[in-house]
Write a protein of this length. Structure first.
Length: 204
């Protein structure tokens, strides 16, 4: 009789239901991969990390009646991992895109300086073809300094590169488009807008 009671007590102590919070945090950790698709989804791993922390507190509480610590730890690791990867990937892509825009601006001005005006115009959208003539008027032999690109606030997006031509400071907006060349797709930067920093003096 005593043995039967001990066995019942042992079974009661050994069995603990799995915490639904822990299961939810594990599922949330998997869903945190959505953060890789868009910065707007970065909130997913953030919320799932909080859920995992709550689940860990529940399972680690002294005398806790629910199991699931391992699932909560795994969910927390997945949330942090996917969240960190999403942020680092976006920042790296942002940095490289800005650097490519700056190099494209330098190449465009070099093309004008070499007198290849037709090639320079081929790098402009239709609304910005007169930008080549505007730069020529500033004096292509003047010292040119190309600054670092920053995101454009234009509806189409793109990057703004500050360029100093002699004593004139220009804001060159470039947009990246997909181009099919020699049997494959590649990135092509197009001049979309050119503006002087001084108010009221704008050229496109």
């Amino acid at each position: 009789m005593k043995l039967s009671v001990l066995e019942t007590q042992s079974e009661a102590l050994s069995y603990r239901p799995i915490s639904m919070l822990a299961v939810g945090s594990l599922g949330g950790g998997v869903l945190s991969a959505l953060a890789l698709l868009s910065p707007m989804l970065w909130v997913v791993p953030l919320l799932c990390s909080g859920l995992a922390c709550v689940a860990l507190l529940e399972s680690g509480r002294e005398g806790g009646q629910k199991a699931g610590r391992l699932a909560a730890l795994l969910g927390l690791a997945l949330s942090i991992g996917f969240g960190s990867q999403a942020v680092s990937t976006t920042l790296t892509s942002h940095l490289l895109s800005g650097l490519r825009a700056r190099n494209a601006a330098q190449f465009w001005f070099d093309t004008i300086g070499q007198g290849r005006l037709a090639d320079a115009r081929s790098m402009c959208v239709a609304e910005a073809l007169t930008a080549v003539d505007f730069v020529v008027e500033q004096g292509v032999n003047a010292p040119i300094a190309v600054g670092w690109a920053s995101p454009s606030d234009r509806p189409a997006g793109g990057w703004v590169v500050p360029v100093t031509v002699g004593s004139t400071v220009l804001r060159l907006t470039l947009e990246s488009v997909a181009a099919f060349h020699r049997g494959r797709w590649s990135e092509q930067w197009m001049v979309a807008h050119l503006q002087e920093s001084k108010p009221g003096q704008v050229s496109k």
